[in-house]
Design a binder for this molecule. Structure first.
Ligand code: TRP
Length: 339
């Protein structure tokens, strides 16, 4: 970052395509909050245009976008410190995405594993938007000249494509205009896995609600899901190495550590030799203590949708102030007359 001419700027986004889970909170939003407190300019988006690459019921989309905004704020993002808005309110994202659709190559998109996963067997029936999704994501990032992007491991390939787009654009037009953005990939420590299957990421789209903790779950639901979480009959060992082939146990230790803001080894040392019957109630108490205040604040915010919309509107106006000149310069580089 030191030798880059670009000011350090963080951008990240979450799709409002379902409810918020503990995975979004520990893996993403909590890190967004930490970066807000550092010397970065921070921009956090609800990427509603990405969400509609697969079908979204309009009422549900509106609700989920507000709920995501409420989650950001309840978890500690401060609209005075971070720019927060929903993507569709800043048209520059879509405008730059079109340019990038013309920079990126079919071959690049064809290699994207998220497209293959989401399109499944019936590719002919996937939306065209799902295919060009990564070009829009590159635009999200580069329309702010963002230098750092905190994301999950599954987004690494999209970040590489973002760098490829920047490189090709700069090369084709003979400029040094777009930065090569650094991914800030989450570590194992904050990656939250399904409560039913320790090899799968906790997901809002998993058919089983028992596989995840939702940020809106009440204390009873949290306790029940942790009680029923898949484990094994062995007691907790002394070292993390001994958990390497026990993904469900490792996941619960990780969740405890992330919520307690301790490292996983410290937590393991504390519970060494204990059975899950002893550990789970303590994890449950900790989760309830940490998550209930956030759920309460989200509920309070959701009672006043106009207030949330006003925050998003103000965020969008601030975002546009950064994005507009960058888009104007891009059009100019490409040779488009703007009179
Ligand atoms: N594709 C990301 C995800 O599914 C969401 C996203 C869209 C994003 N645009 C972004 C993340 C820009 C970081 C930066 O998680």
């Amino acid at each position: 970052m030191s030798d880059s001419p670009f000011t350090p700027r963080v951008f990240s986004g979450i799709q409002p395509s379902g409810g918020l889970t503990l995975g979004n909170y520990l893996g993403a939003i909590k890190r967004f909050v930490d970066m807000q407190e550092d010397d970065f300019e921070t921009i956090y988006c609800m990427v509603d245009m990405h969400a509609i690459t697969v079908w979204q019921d309009p009422e549900a989309l509106r609700h989920q976008t507000r709920e995501l905004a409420a989650g950001y704020i309840a978890a500690g993002l401060d609209p005075a410190k971070s720019i927060m808005f929903n993507q569709s309110q800043v048209a520059e994202h879509a405008q730059l995405a079109w340019i990038f659709n013309c920079v990126a190559r079919m071959g690049w998109m064809n290699r994207m594993t998220q497209f293959k996963d989401k399109a499944g067997k019936n590719r002919e029936n996937a939306s065209v938007g799902l295919f060009t999704y990564p070009a829009l994501m590159a635009a999200d990032i580069l329309v702010y000249h963002a230098t750092h992007v905190p994301v999950g491991d599954d987004q690494k390939q999209h970040l590489e494509l973002t760098r490829d787009v920047a490189t090709k654009f700069n090369h084709d037009f003979g400029v040094d205009f777009f930065p090569l953005t650094e991914p800030v990939i989450e570590g194992v420590a904050t990656r939250v896995m399904s409560l039913r299957d320790g090899s799968k990421k906790m997901s809002k789209s998993d058919p089983s609600d028992m596989s995840r903790i939702n940020m809106t779950d009440d204390a009873d639901a949290i306790a029940k899901k942790i009680r029923k979480a898949k484990t094994d009959p062995e007691p907790l060992p002394a070292t993390l190495d001994e958990l390497s082939d026990r993904p469900e146990a490792r996941n619960l230790i990780n969740i405890y550590a992330a919520l307690a803001e301790e490292d996983a080894q410290t937590v393991l040392t504390q519970f060494e030799g204990k059975q899950f019957g002893d550990f789970k109630p303590q994890l449950s108490d900790l989760a309830v203590a940490k998550l209930s205040p956030i759920a309460d604040e989200m509920a309070r915010l959701m009672n006043d949708p106009a207030e949330i919309d006003a925050i998003l509107g103000k965020g969008a106006a601030r975002a546009r102030e950064i994005a507009h000149p960058i888009l104007a310069r891009t059009y100019d580089i490409v040779g488009m007359i703007q009179s």
